[in-house]
Write a protein that binds this ligand. Sequence first.
Ligand SMILES: C[S@@+](CC[C@H](N)C(=O)[O-])C[C@H]1O[C@@H](n2cnc3c(N)ncnc32)[C@H](O)[C@@H]1O
Length: 277
Amino acid sequence: MSFYSSLCEALKGKIPESAMQKLPKSYFIVGKIAIIKLHGELEKYKKEIGEAILKILPVKTVCLLKEIRGERRNPCIEVLCGNGTETVYKEHGCFYKLDVAKVMFSKGNKFEKMRVVKQVKPGEIVIDMFAGIGYFTIPIAKHTKVRKIYAIDINPDAVFYLKENVKINKVEEKVEILEGDCREICKILGEKIKGDRILMGYIFETYRYLESALNLVKSGTVIHYHFLAKKEEIEEEMKTMRKKVEKKGFKADIKYLKKIKSYAPRVYHWVADIEIV
Ligand SMILES: C[S@@+](CC[C@H](N)C(=O)[O-])C[C@H]1O[C@@H](n2cnc3c(N)ncnc32)[C@H](O)[C@@H]1O
C-alpha cells in the first residue's frame, strides 16, 4: 500500500473526506525522523496527521517543514508528534548526526557526493567552503586518501555537528574545521596553501564567493561550482564565472556541467566542474 493510501486509511473518521485529497503523497526520512510538507488547508489537522504518520512509518518523530531560511539555510521545522529532532543518518557508509530543526539536510546531493569522491586523488588538498554538517567533507575524508580537507561553515549549529561527525566517522586527522565566513577564511588560508579541489556547495549567487575561492587556486585546481539557474541563464552564469577567473589571470575550462535537482518551476540546481588553467 502506498504512503498516501496508508495515511488515508489511518485518518478515516478523524479528518473530513474533503481534506483527504490534500494529504501529502510523499515524505522524506532523515535517520529516525520523518519530514513532511503540508497543504495550508491541512494546518488544523496537523496533529492528527503527525500521529497517523508515526503509526505508519518506522520513525520516532514527525516534523513539518515550513521553509528553509537565509544564507545559513536554517530550517523552520515544527514537531508534530514524537520526541526529539536529533538523529543519525547513514549514507554511503558515513554517519551524519544532526538536529533537523537546526541544520538543513539535503538528500538531493547523494549522487553528486559520490561523483566527487571518485575524483579525489591520493594526497589532494581540498577546501569545502560551505561544509554544513560535512555532506561532502565526511565522505571524501572517509573514502579517499585525501591529505587534508579544510571544512568551512559560518553557522555554529552546522559546525557543532560537523565536529561531531568528524569524530563519529573517525576522520579527525584528515579534517580541519574552520568556523566563519568563507570569504574571510579563504583570504587568510590562501596565503598559506593552494587547493587541488574546491567545493562551492552553495547555490545562491555563488559568483559572489568565487573571488574568495580564487585565492586558493593554482593551475590544475578543480572547482565544483554549484548554482541556481534556468536553462537559458546558464550561458550568462558561466560568462560571469569566466570573467572573474580571467580577472585573476587564469582561464576556466568547464569539464562537466549537470543538473542536480529541480529547485522551483523551471529553476534548477546545477553543478559545473571548472578546471583552472
Ligand atoms: C546548503 S548548506 C550545505 C550544502 C552542502 N555543501 C550540500 O551541498 O549538501 C550551505 C551551508 O553554507 C553555509 N554558509 C552560507 N554562507 C556561508 C559563508 N559566507 N561562509 C561559510 N559558510 C556559509 C551555511 O551555514 C550552510 O551550512
